[in-house]
Design a protein around this ligand. Structure first.
Ligand SMILES: *Cc1c(COP(=O)(O)O)cnc(C)c1O
Length: 378
């Protein structure tokens, strides 16, 4: 994979050769003895990654399917949900919840800021919320939410409210201690910090939330995403027994399994530290270039990605193609209020390995591209 442009966006991220190799397998039955333990072990390793004894789900789909699964299984029509909205993905999660009849209240914060735990506490006093959702890393702003502090506020003011974390851009790069912090749902996808190709919707659900799901009064308004169908499947694979509801993405699961094995072998603490180091380097380089970050403070900036404003007079069509010509793919803006004004760099997974050139190559591509733009304007 040496001759491709580095994919330094906030997902999909660079894949390890072993992860790709794991997909290059012959046709394999989803109930074959060499596949069942692969899915079973992936379920077990996911618990280690999230520090939870909860119920993992690994299902064909993308991160978005995690929103549908949360909404259709845990929320009943007419119930209130509080969405901590720090950008694009808060809007979208809210839309998904409303599709299933939830009454959504948004806790919106200005661009670049993180949800405010005391504001959340005040909102929770206004009515009974079935759940609160928090985007852990808002991929549209590079903001890192303090999910531990928000979960603490929820426990104090409204302990029955389920705490749901959109960790699509944080699982595998940011610390999440699901059980210790009292988080009920973490949803993610294979292609961001978990370092596998896109194709899998991945989540973990607390025992308490499974209880809420089982006690619901109205039918689940979805077919494929219904946990009644998936719980026995996950339990069977974990018990190393064949089972079938809808064919799993066998090759994607092989890839995820390989990536999870690498993550667990590296150790979560070491992985979080590696992401912090890579992030520091990228953010320092941006500061050295006089560039301003979208997050309003480093204390709430993500460690797996960086959102950066273009310097005065530079636009996406100047910078991104130049960086690509230097071998690095970066992403444009996504937050509607500022989309043309900033760009995004991902630095997750194997790209944080100091033995790999990815981070330095990205910084160099940025430096050289900006210098070329400046030279052309003079
Ligand atoms: C990427 C992303 C999603 C959507 O995931 P898909 O895999 O594209 O469906 C949701 N939330 C966040 C925070 C994301 O970064």
């Amino acid at each position: 994979m040496s001759s491709h442009k580095l994919c330094m966006i906030p997902g999909p991220i660079e894949f390890h050769d072993d992860v790709l190799q794991a997909m290059a397998t012959p046709a394999t039955s989803h109930v074959a003895p060499n596949f069942i333990p692969i899915l079973g072990e992936s379920i077990e390793m996911l618990r280690q990654v999230l520090f939870t004894s909860g119920q993992p789900f690994i299902i064909s789909g993308s991160g978005t399917l995690g929103w549908d699964m949360t909404a259709c299984n845990l929320i009943e029509a007419g119930e209130d949900v509080l969405v901590c909205n720090s950008g694009y993905f808060g809007d979208r999660f809210g839309e998904c919840l409303e599709t299933y009849g939830a009454k959504v209240t948004h806790h919106r914060v200005p661009v670049g800021e993180a949800p405010n735990p005391s504001a959340v506490a005040e909102l929770l006093k206004t009515k009974k919320f079935k759940a609160i959702t928090i985007t852990h890393v808002d991929t549209s702003t590079g903001v890192l939410a303090d999910i531990k502090a928000v979960a603490e506020a929820v426990k104090k003011v409204s302990p029955d409210t389920l705490v749901v974390v959109d960790g699509v851009c944080s699982v595998g790069s940011e610390e999440i201690r699901m059980d210790a912090w009292g988080v009920d749902v973490v949803l993610t996808a294979s292609q961001k910090a978990l370092g596998a190709p896109p194709g899998l919707s991945i989540m973990a659900v607390s025992e308490r939330a499974i209880g809420v799901f089982k006690a619901r009064k109205t039918p689940i308004p979805n077919y494929y995403a219904n946990w009644t169908r998936w719980l026995p499947i996950m339990n069977a694979y974990e018990a190393r027994k064949p089972s079938y509801f809808a064919t799993p993405a066998v090759q994607n699961v092989f890839a995820l399994h390989t990536s999870l094995k690498q993550i667990v072998a590296q150790g979560l603490e070491a992985r979080f530290a590696a992401h912090k180091e890579a992030s520091k380097k990228v953010k320092q380089a941006c500061a050295d270039l006089g560039l301003k970050l979208v997050p309003t403070g480093l204390g709430h900036a993500a460690n797996g990605m960086t959102a950066v404003y273009y310097p005065e007079g530079v636009v996406a069509t100047d910078l991104l193609p130049k960086m690509a010509a230097h071998g690095v793919v970066a992403a444009g803006g996504l937050h509607v209020d500022i989309a043309p004004k900033y760009f995004r760099l991902g630095h997750m997974g194997i790209s944080t390995d100091p033995a790999r050139p990815d981070v330095d190559a990205t910084i160099n591509a940025l430096k050289e591209s900006l210098a070329e733009i400046k030279a052309a304007k003079n």
